[in-house]
Design a protein around this ligand. Structure first.
Ligand code: 6PG
Length: 249
């Protein structure tokens, strides 16, 4: 069991096994949070890996009425757009469970001004978590993915959001995608009780080795920025993604 502030790596035979374990972990952490604080605050990651996890959570034993859902990042598209992380989560999970609408805190990604959307999201965090100026929210669990370039959430290599140490949310323009994003910043993720990375596929192997076992700078591999100060950091990967690692557990 990893101790606080430590990183732990688990390598699964394949993505199916990883996602089954991830479902159990989310349920366990939800139940623990609900027992301790009568609420579970969860930040969802986007992309394709977590979709099947969210689908499997739709039948999990979780008291969704006491859960609060946020998004680690969002594409600056309308909430019904095919690229929307909110749409993916709504279709896979949120539309299938008894979670009150006001407990789903989506980024207002339809706003034509990404910076204004980021500021609004930051205000939503400050209001929900009742933060004093300069205070960080504490999520019970942040689910995170990693791209083949080592990005996580919408913290992409070489973008301004990487250096953000004060703001809770930022609106980087991602050159290579020719797209605006809104993302939570590294300080927010690093203040979570637990960050769980779910990484599968051989296309992630190079970046994963770089993040976990190299001295390459975080500006090149932004997932390196995610190191919870007191929370747990779990890297759950499949064998294909882990194939270049020297450490196997
Ligand atoms: C997004 C995600 C992003 C994702 C990685 C990995 O909005 O795309 O938040 O950071 O986690 O791109 O995505 P996959 O796990 O689907 O490869």
């Amino acid at each position: 069991m990893p101790t606080k502030g430590e990183r732990s790596l688990r390598v699964f035979d394949d993505l199916d096994a990883l996602l089954v374990a991830a479902r159990e972990e989310v349920v366990a952490r939800a139940q623990k949070a609900l027992r301790a604080r009568r609420r579970f605050t969860l930040a969802l990651s986007g992309g394709s890996t977590p979709k099947r996890l969210y689908e499997s959570l739709a039948t999990a034993e979780i008291d969704w009425a006491r859960c609060q859902i946020f998004f680690g990042d969002e594409r600056c598209v309308p909430p019904d757009h095919a690229d929307s992380n909110y749409r993916m989560a709504r279709e896979a999970l949120l539309s299938k469970v008894a979670i009150p609408e006001k407990h789903v805190h989506r980024v207002k990604s339809e706003d034509a001004d990404p910076e204004r959307a980021a500021k609004a999201y930051e205000q939503e965090l400050q209001s929900f978590f009742k933060l004093r100026p300069g205070e960080l929210p504490t999520f019970d669990l942040c689910l995170m993915g990693m791209g083949p370039d080592g990005h996580t959430a919408s913290l992409f290599p070489g973008t301004s959001a990487l250096a953000e140490e004060v703001r809770l949310a930022a609106a980087p323009y991602v050159e290579k995608l020719n797209a605006w994003r809104v993302t939570l910043t590294a300080p927010v993720f690093n203040h979570a009780r637990c960050v769980l990375f779910l990484v599968g596929g051989a296309d992630k192997a190079e970046a994963l080795k770089g993040v976990l076992e190299s001295e390459r700078p975080a500006d090149e591999l932004p997932s390196k920025l995610i190191k919870p100060s007191a929370g747990e950091l779990l890297w759950w990967v499949d064998k294909a993604a882990a194939k270049l690692l020297s450490a196997r557990t």
